[in-house]
Design a protein around this ligand. Structure first.
Ligand code: PPE
Length: 320
């Protein structure tokens, strides 16, 4: 039996994400008009690079947190993928600010994406044009209210983080995220909040979308860069911790090292700072969100919301 087809009207392509106006190859257009072909190379082979950025409401209106670092990482991802992106870091900054202003947002999650178009099919991307879009979305607490208050429950994933000789793990490339999607979906299906991925050697790499920290005897340990993303929130938290007088070290760690930590937490643009209550059903510390993680979450939210002037250099005020 053949599938029923209709040639009269194209199916709707609008999302239910309330993205409003989108920056699409230099034009600001309603989301319903920001369309791509079903033969888009990136849709078939994951040949896209993206960023996740947040803007927060401050006393001086919306401010984007660490805009330049995110625009730079977007271009670094393109470079790793061998994509000849024609946009400069300044142009990307401007496109992002323009999109926030067009939507009159006070706070939002920002998703820039660069991808190969639909000029040719087949693995070789060479003949496809590169496109860029910027969307802004209302987006609340990533792992939910409960995970933040009580601490998140993690499951060590049976999916390993890709190694650097299989995928370019420092690039935020669309195709890389199949690994995160599989790990996260398994963990959620089994009733956990998030997946913890190990690398090929069995060392802790990261969450499906977060970097990991743990605390032991007053020292804060950041999981070392190996196959994990060079997280901007990780860098922020290391700076904040040192400014608070905490000793911070970068380390490799096995999963059992985390089981017996005094505290652990995950960090990322979307997740912000989210305490970990348990891993593989083992309580971390007392099995609730720990005091250091909660204090770091408060500190982080103060910084991104502009309440601490000494960190204003990290903020780009959108309406000034
Ligand atoms: N590791 C991974 C794999 C990752 O995707 C992120 C961001 C991080 C670490 C933290 O990086 P940073 O945001 O620079 O601190 N994950 C983004 C995507 C989340 C999503 O569901 O999509 C994010 O947090 O925006």
């Amino acid at each position: 039996m053949s599938a029923q087809t209709s040639t009269s009207t194209a199916p709707a392509t609008t999302s239910s994400l309330d993205a409003g106006l989108i920056w699409f190859d230099g034009q600001i257009v309603p989301e319903a008009e920001a369309k791509v072909s079903v033969l888009t190379h990136a849709l078939h082979y994951g040949t896209s690079v993206f960023e996740g950025i947040r803007a927060y409401e401050t006393e001086r209106g919306a401010a984007v947190f660490r805009l330049r670092e995110h625009s730079k990482r977007l271009l670094d991802s393109a470079k790793i993928m061998g994509m000849p992106a024609p946009w400069s870091v300044e142009e990307i900054d401007r496109a992002i600010l323009e999109t926030i202003r067009a939507n009159e947002r006070q706070s939002c999650y920002i998703r820039p994406l660069i991808w190969y178009g639909a000029e040719s099919l087949g693995v070789n991307p060479g003949r496809n044009k590169l496109h860029m879009m910027v969307a802004t979305l209302p987006w609340g607490i990533y792992l939910g209210d409960d995970a933040v208050r009580k601490g998140a429950s993690l499951l060590t994933s049976s999916w390993r983080r890709s190694s650097g000789d299989i995928m370019p793990t420092k690039a935020k490339a669309g195709g890389n995220y199949v690994n995160s999607v599989l790990a996260n979906a398994d963990a959620r299906e089994l009733g956990f909040d998030e997946a913890l991925l190990l690398d090929k050697e069995g060392f802790v790499a990261e969450g499906s979308g977060e970097n990991v920290f743990f605390l032991r005897d007053g020292v804060l340990y950041a999981i070392a860069h190996s196959v994990n993303l060079r997280g901007i929130t990780r860098d922020t938290v290391i700076t904040l911790a040192r400014d608070m007088g905490t000793i911070v070290e970068s380390t490799m760690a096995t999963r059992d090292e985390l089981y017996t930590a005094d505290e652990a937490f995950m960090v990322g643009t979307a997740a912000e700072v989210t305490p970990i209550a348990s891993i593989d059903k083992r309580a971390i510390g007392t099995g609730v969100a720990g005091p250091y993680g909660l204090a770091m979450r408060e500190r982080y939210l103060d910084v991104v919301s502009g309440r601490l002037p000494e960190y204003h250099e990290w903020l780009t005020f959108v309406y000034e």
